[in-house]
Design a binder for this molecule. Structure first.
Ligand SMILES: Cc1ncc(COP(=O)(O)O)c(C=O)c1O
Length: 341
């Protein structure tokens, strides 16, 4: 009998720099599960990936910064909001590799906030140069201007896309799904994987990784949208996943019915903290001693809690919540999280 071709062979040939502490553990959440009356909840600790408080971008940066090194870059540029977890992890990854980090950060009017707290504090400590902008995502004009100004003085910048979400970056989550598949007894051990989705790379990587790892279509891969309407966002995820597949020499696009995006929890707007996020943060902290952030993981967990209460999962099913990080932002939201009177 001829051996099956290794579905990850092309993936294993990609340049990659080790930045993350892997594998991240999968932990049960027994007290929260009991409080909810099931399903059996588990958490994938991608908040423990290591780079200056960790998070999902660290996985993507293993591939993106390897490409930066291969291109002969001496500095990297990326962009995000004032409290960008992606920018902070990029600054940390650049520091590890001896590259300078230039961060284009959005603030209203392009003015730095009065308090350099949360992720912004960490970006300063990590030695990043910050370029403030009033331009919104994907920050293309400001990124181009910063790149040009660096080239003009003889620097060799590598631009990491906003959110680290391109064909190369999403390989971090191909790796993550492969890793998660080795941490369970059967490919359908979890009935669902639930995670925050925003620039799409995590979801696209999870879809492609699940495909390569042979995870059956019955396993739901559900992105809780942090800020995007599902109708416009799902096709972007499909394109990203197909781009990733092409990078591995595969002609594959995830079927439309596999791209699950729930945009029922983002109406308040990006980074607007509501009672839903507060409750999710409180429950996970008080039942399990684990922190999530109000912008991404708290919002996604709030969505999961609501779905559970509305009967979306059977009591005996297992559900994996991906903790994609973000807790470095917590102190920047202190006023939204703790009653002051
Ligand atoms: C903590 C956290 N979780 C999830 C996401 C969403 O990941 P993606 O942008 O790959 O959709 C982000 C993106 O910034 C994030 O910072």
């Amino acid at each position: 009998m001829s051996a099956q071709p290794d579905p990850f062979a092309a993936f294993d040939r990609l340049p990659r720099v080790p930045l993350a502490l892997l594998p991240t553990p999968i932990q049960p959440l027994p007290r929260l599960s009991a409080h909810l009356g099931g399903p059996a909840l588990y958490i994938k600790r991608d908040d423990q990936t290591g780079l200056a408080t960790g998070g999902n971008k660290t996985r993507k940066l293993e591939f993106l910064l390897a490409a930066a090194l291969e291109s002969g870059a001496d500095c990297v540029i990326t962009a995000g909001s004032t409290q960008s977890n992606h920018a902070r992890q990029t600054a940390a990854g650049a520091a590890v590799l001896g590259l300078d980090a230039h961060l284009v950060l959005y603030a209203p009017g392009g003015q730095p906030p009065a308090e350099p707290d949360g992720n912004l504090l960490l970006c300063h400590l990590l030695g990043a140069t910050i370029h403030w902008t009033g331009e919104r995502a994907p920050y293309a004009a400001t990124l181009a201007r910063v790149e040009e100004s660096l080239r003009a003085v003889g620097r060799r910048p590598y631009v990491v896309p906003y959110g680290g979400s391109n064909a190369l970056g999403l390989m971090g989550y191909v790796a993550a799904m492969r890793e998660a598949a080795t941490q369970v007894e059967t490919p359908n051990w979890f009935a669902a994987h639930v995670f925050a989705t925003s620039s799409g790379g995590t979801q696209a990587g999870i879809l492609l990784g699940a495909h390569l790892a042979g995870i059956p279509a019955s396993v739901r891969l559900l992105g809780i949208s942090v800020d995007q309407p599902a109708a416009a966002f799902a096709p972007r995820v499909a394109t990203l996943a197909a781009d990733g597949a092409r990078l591995l020499g595969l002609d594959w696009t995830p079927p439309a019915e596999a791209i699950l995006v729930d945009d029922g929890y983002c109406a308040a707007g990006y980074a607007v903290v509501t009672e839903r996020e507060r409750e999710a943060i409180r429950l996970l902290a008080r039942f399990e001693g684990i922190l999530v952030d109000p912008v991404y993981t708290g919002r996604a967990l709030a969505g999961l809690l609501d779905l559970i209460r509305r009967g979306a999962f059977a009591r005996e099913q297992r559900v994996l919540f991906w903790h994609t990080g973000g807790t470095a932002a917590l102190n920047a939201f202190a006023r939204d999280l703790v009653p002051t009177s």
